[in-house]
Design a protein around this ligand. Structure first.
Ligand SMILES: [Zn+2]
Length: 168
């Protein structure tokens, strides 16, 4: 049994889990079975990693839950075939990741090329309040944005979320 399936088994049994420092905290209305306690104990180190919030404020588990939820919404509420539902859910996660890891940069120079504000090549703010803005030349924005997207895809892939429709 993997750490992820141990977690799923515990949740199916109505047990809530979260990480407090280096400890795994269980919340259950009834005492968990010995089998569940045993599998949680065996995977404790992996479970702590799985449930630990990352620097974007969400744990890997939170991201997978978001993905699964969006697949479900697109498939069952939206009536899309599974591959399209997965592709849509993946895009949703990319946008959420970009929003949650949004960068800010000072208005005096371009975040991509480091150049300043020029009459023929003005620096423009990208992003929305309250996350703040990054300042970029409009010609620098597409490659910066593409790079951010690659970061998002890599980060999501590391959490087990992939756009399977594109075979990546
Ligand atoms: Zn620039």
């Amino acid at each position: 049994m993997s750490a992820a399936s141990a977690l799923q088994a515990a949740r199916d049994a109505g047990i809530g889990l979260h990480v407090d420092g280096v400890d795994l905290v269980l919340e259950a209305s009834a005492p968990p079975s010995a089998a569940i306690l045993d599998s949680l104990a065996r995977h404790k180190a992996d479970l702590i990693i799985l449930l630990q919030p990352g620097n974007n404020g969400w744990s890997d588990e939170d991201w997978r839950a978001l993905y699964d939820e969006r697949v479900g919404i697109a498939e069952f509420d939206g009536g899309l075939p599974r591959p399209e539902a997965e592709a849509l859910a993946f895009e949703f996660c990319v946008v959420e990741w970009l929003n949650r890891t949004f960068e800010r940069s000072p208005a005096e120079s371009c975040l991509a090329c480091g150049g300043g504000d020029r009459a023929h090549d003005a620096l423009l703010p990208h992003g929305v309040d309250p996350t703040g803005h990054v300042w970029l030349h409009s010609r620098c924005w597409p490659s910066w944005q593409a790079g951010r997207r690659v970061d998002a895809v890599i980060a999501l892939k590391a959490m087990g979320i992939e756009d399977r429709s594109k075979g990546t």
